[in-house]
Ligand binder design. Sequence first.
Ligand code: ADP
Length: 431
Amino acid sequence: MTRTPPRPVDARHARLMTGVAMLAAIGTLLIWLTDRQEGLLTPWDQWTIPALSALYFGVGVLHMVQPRCMSLAAPPTLIATSVYLLVALHLGVDGQSLPQLYAVTSLVQLIPVFYVIAFVAWQRGGVWISGLTYAGVLAQYLFSLQTPAPAGGWTDAHLLTQKTLLASVLIHPACILALSFIVHLRVQLGTSQQEAFKGKERFLAMLSHEIRTPLQAMLGSIDLLALKLRGSAETRALDRLRNSATQLDTHLRDVTEFTRLEDPALRIQADTFDLPQLLNELRDDWIGQAQAKGLSLRIELAPGDQAALQAVKSDATRVRQIVCNLISNALKYTLVGGVTVHASPSRPHGARGMTIVVEDSGIGIAPQHLQTIFQPYVRLEDARALRVDGTGLGLAVVQRLVGRLGGRLHVDSHPDRGSRFTVELPMADNG
Ligand code: ADP
């Protein structure tokens, strides 16, 4: 049964959070070390700061190995940090001494940083945890006002502590409001982007339907006409007509598919499937075309590890599309020799996965074009000179699909010696 996995993890956000967690781990440990040297640590700081540092480090490592746990780790980490900040602040507020003044001033400067991290790490809960932390700061300020003055009056340190707290009580709401506004704008942007994609997709689907329906009728009529025509000139003209109609149909399909891939809400349907079977089916689809050009088309499986390839976990439809586009190109841009598809189990990014290589003995690609070929609508002069049909979207679609599946795409090519496209895909994680 096909299950719909949760929304794929945003790799950039996961990397950002790993960086933030590691920086926080190092930062807190450095603060602890320097404060210890200066004798500024309270008994509370003595063990809570190293514990927090270890927590941040653990969260950083967790993000690296299991980015999906990011949403689970953020709330407890932020709550623990908030509790630490509020207790440390509380211990410093009533103080009359310079170390306590130092504790309060440094903490109220750290709290806005905490708000920022809270909003980035926990978008929905960021406003709550920041609001609650602020309520804690405000309560401490109000309670500190109730404290009766000692016989000799307040010390300068205490008065400065009060002023620092007052300033933070006044400034922090602006900080929280600004962050909430940014998050609101971000959500709105996401929604309008989504609507724009939907509109574009609807338009293209309608256009594609309106054009493809008469196109199919034209292709049917061409086939009927072909049965009646005798002369070779007429047959050639009809063949050209059929080719043009088929090209138009392919172009429309490519453009629609490419647009669909731009949709950020596109879901990946991960399931276990038999990769060798999928590759053999593709071979059956393409062998006729290969033979018509006098080319070979072979599937090679890594020896010894067949069982692993027979139960790979990914989106079979997308994997099929990736390999199909690569085989189609390999056959298009090869004049002699053939195309080989290798498949092997691999371990990309430390996780179990698969590697699929499509290799040809074709015209190859000059080194300066190796990056541009993945851009949409880019076709090289060689391709045009060969007069092969194309939209320049095949590789752009492949690159986006590989990215959506969390994999990597690599190309190795030499003019006149052939090309080798390597796709590394991790096993899908439905968790
Ligand atoms: P299309 O094939 O429709 O032109 P693609 O995006 O699939 O568009 O490929 C972009 C360009 O990259 C092609 O026009 C061609 O010049 C080059 N190319 C792609 N695959 C190969 C290949 N296997 N061998 C040589 N050139 C290739």
